[in-house]
Design a protein around this ligand. Structure first.
Ligand code: XAI
Length: 588
């Protein structure tokens, strides 16, 4: 039996035939017939995230054609509409402020237009969580179609991964090993085709998480953008969303606590981006699921690193796809009982069923659970008088860094450093090479004013590079700490996402250059060794100033956003759930 869709309240509503005429007539101007719209078929939205200013997602302009084919073949009517663009690399002051804006825009579209189900076209970092957050709020049937990563980058016979090549290139530039032209050549080589980052940066991470949550078809996220399977996946996704609409399988049936815990576990096993922390929190909260600070350590930290992909490992996205992609990693976890896989996914089957038979045939790319690339590779959670919450990405800690800071005889897991404090990244760039700071290997670089309210939007700036003089001596990483984020493609073992941020009076506001910071990974603490009376005295100096808002949205964003610990959500939006079930009033 076909069910009555919400779109029929617009197009087939005997109580409001006067309104129906108004709703129907303008769709005809691009050739849709009233019969189609009144046929009782589901109207399937395609949230189009691709555009010329969203190059990571631009492939979706083509893929949408195959999605439409799938929707039509399965008996639905496609309607494509734009999503607010989000382009991490280029958006100033940061794309982080776009996540909540795109979220809000998509909620309004899905609620206010005759849309029964939606295909979410994901790619660049925040295009995934923003759309899943909206799907959770509206709670109409939804499915993720990833755009896929770029092809692998190659230069001079070596793999060059996007993002990772930039951070490495910057260091080589500072060391005087390459000139500007070579740096640009490396950057170009790392991005050889359509698609998002070919490394396990935030884009690949968030698409993998969408799949781990059960919101995309099995094997979707890792298919490189230009591969034929990508177009085929678009077609199958289009077909599948019609079935989800018919069966009324909604995100609330899929986005459960079990699904989010599996996302945390999978993120650790793939060496996922630190940005996943705030996005997982935000998606969970919009889905009405409680994820607690302790869950990161309890479920995530002990998970080993299984995927040999940059920045934690060696290879890039094409090999990941050929090795079986996300299902092959999850298969390893499933064998060891690390997942809660008896849960529904958009395939209509359980995650356990989706994973059956998905063992990898490439053990250089996906390592066995019992003989992994690294043990205990999940995020490490820290707290202390500098912040209530921050994370460290342990999967990228190099052996050199471990030896220097974490394996000092008699003090394993504990190190003390002299703080060099920067107020935002302009200050960092201006002063990092100032010889009067005497920065050496006993220093920790601290950045503040980079959180959701301070920046505004939380900037990817914590992976600060050491001064040129140190890099020339072969010291590529100093400990760093801050209330901002860092690129998922970075190999810096930073302590980041510190909450509460300096701009709201978090502990980072009271630290001064020259203070000693003690990091204790045995107890999960990070403290400035400054007594409480002195901290109180410093409070009289006030919170370090942050720049004024430059646009209306920046001001609204600042007045509504929470801290990164809790997902940097637009807090008032959390009051709204299942808004797709509440039809808006007629408009004339
Ligand atoms: C590479 C970027 C822009 O930094 C981001 O996409 C990430 O991976 O976090």
């Amino acid at each position: 039996m076909t069910r009555r869709y919400r779109s029929q309240d617009w197009f087939d509503n005997p109580d409001h035939i006067d309104m129906t005429a108004l709703y129907l007539e303008r769709f005809m101007n691009y050739g849709i017939t009233p019969e189609e719209l009144r046929s009782g078929k589901p109207i399937i939205g395609i949230a189009q995230s691709g555009s010329d200013i969203s190059p990571c997602n631009r492939i979706h302009l083509d893929l949408a054609k195959r999605v439409r084919d799938g929707i039509r073949d399965a008996g639905g009517i496609p309607m494509e509409f734009p999503l607010h663009p989000i382009f991490e690399n280029c958006r100033r002051p940061t794309a982080a402020i776009d996540r909540n804006l795109a979220y809000m825009g998509l909620v309004e579209i899905l609620h206010g237009y005759p849309i029964d189900a939606v295909v979410l076209t994901t790619g660049c970092d925040k295009t995934t969580p923003s759309q899943l957050m909206a799907a959770a709020t509206v709670d109409i049937p939804a499915i993720v179609l990833s755009g896929g990563p770029m092809l692998d980058g190659w230069l001079d016979g070596e793999l060059v991964g996007s993002g990772a090549a930039i951070w490495k290139g910057r260091r080589r530039l500072a060391a005087g090993e390459i000139d500007n032209e070579k740096f640009l050549e490396i950057a170009a080589a790392s991005a050889p085709s359509a698609g998002h980052c070919n490394t396990m940066g935030t884009a690949s991470t968030m698409n993998a998480i969408a799949e781990a949550l059960g919101m995309s078809l099995t094997g979707c996220s890792a298919i490189p953008a230009p591969y034929r399977e990508r177009g085929q996946m678009a077609y199958e996704t289009g077909r599948r969303i019609v079935a989800l609409a018919e069966q009324d399988i909604r995100p609330s049936a899929i986005l459960t606590r079990d699904a989010f815990l599996d996302a945390i576990v999978t993120n650790a096993a793939i060496g996922g981006s630190t940005n996943a922390q705030q996005h997982i929190m935000a998606m969970a909260r919009h889905a009405g699921v409680e994820i607690h600070t302790e869950d990161w350590m309890k479920y995530g930290h002990d998970v080993p690193l299984l995927l040999n992909m940059q920045p934690s490992g060696k290879y890039l996205g094409e090999r990941f796809h050929r090795a079986g992609g996300v299902p092959a990693v999850m298969w390893e976890l499933e064998q060891k009982g690390k997942l809660r896989s008896q849960r529904l996914t958009v395939t209509g089957k359980t995650m356990a069923e989706n994973l059956a038979g998905r063992e990898t045939n490439d053990r250089e790319m996906i390592w066995p659970f019992d003989a992994p690339l690294k043990e205990k590779a999940g995020f490490f959670v820290l707290s202390g008088n500098l912040f209530d919450f921050a994370i460290m990405k342990t999967s990228v800690i190099s052996e050199d860094f471990r030896q220097r800071y974490l394996k000092q005889p008699g003090h394993e897991g504990v190190f003390e450093c002299r703080a060099i404090v920067f107020d935002g990244s302009d200050d960092y760039h201006k002063r990092i090479n100032d010889p009067s700071l005497n920065i050496d290997e006993n220093c920790i670089l601290v950045i503040r004013g980079a959180g959701p309210i301070g920046w505004p939007g939380s900037a990817e700036v914590v992976n600060m590079q050491p001064p040129d003089a140190l890099i020339k001596r072969g010291i590529n990483n100093l400990p760093t700490l801050g209330d901002g984020r860092q690129s998922g493609t970075s190999d810096s073992p930073s302590i980041l996402n510190a909450s509460p941020e300096s701009a709201v009076g978090g502990g980072l506001a009271w630290i001064r250059t020259g203070d000693t910071i003690r990091i204790d990974l045995n107890n999960g603490t990070a403290n400035m060794l400054v007594d409480d009376a002195e901290i109180e005295r410093r409070k009289a100096d006030g919170i370090p100033p942050v720049p004024p808002s430059q646009t209306p949205w920046q001001e609204i964003y600042r007045s509504t956003v929470g801290q990164m610990q809790s997902g940097a959500c637009m807090e008032l939006a959390l009051e709204y759930r299942n808004v797709g079930a509440v039809l808006p009033r007629h408009n004339h």
